[in-house]
Design a protein around this ligand. Structure first.
Ligand code: HEC
Length: 121
């Protein structure tokens, strides 16, 4: 009797593991789907004027508490901008700017900042 109960428990936890694996796979797939949009560097440059007020004209910030964006990884920038837009990441200076961005804006801005030289000129 005990043995049967034990076996059932094992099966339950295996099911849970399988469920966790499926949830994780779907989450990973949707994270990949986020990176499909092709960024346009030229358009990113054009719409980055407002961002430059805080992040610097070439993505190198002059303000100690504002991060540099130049040379940052493109997909990381996409994820962070989406996190600000959704409210998952919150910052009083950043959130309102991210909320105005479309998926294409985010792709273009990320492509633009990623290809800039990370060293201050
Ligand atoms: C009013 C100032 C301000 C403006 C304008 C602004 N940002 Fe930011 N941004 C910040 C601050 C401050 C942070 C750091 C937030 C934190 O500490 O979490 C930040 C963070 C970020 C990050 C995350 C960087 C990292 O290393 O994780 C990205 C990406 C970003 N901003 C992109 C942009 C883009 C693109 C625009 C233009 C649409 C923009 N920002 C406009 C102030 C600003």
């Amino acid at each position: 009797m005990r043995k049967i109960i034990k076996r059932n428990k094992t099966r339950m936890s295996l099911n849970k593991k399988l469920l966790a694996l499926i949830v994780f796979s779907v989450a990973s797939l949707s994270a990949c789907a986020d990176t499909i949009l092709q960024g346009d560097v030229k358009r990113g440059s054009e719409i980055s004027v407002v961002c430059g007020m805080c992040h610097g004209v070439n993505g190198i910030s002059n303000i100690p508490i504002y991060p540099n964006l130049a040379g940052q990884k493109e997909q990381y920038l996409v994820l962070q901008l989406k996190a600000f837009r959704s409210g998952e990441r919150v910052n009083i200076a950043m959130t309102s700017h991210a909320q105005k961005l479309t998926d294409q804006d985010i792709a273009d801005l990320s492509a633009y900042y990623a290809q800039l030289d990370p060293k201050p000129q």
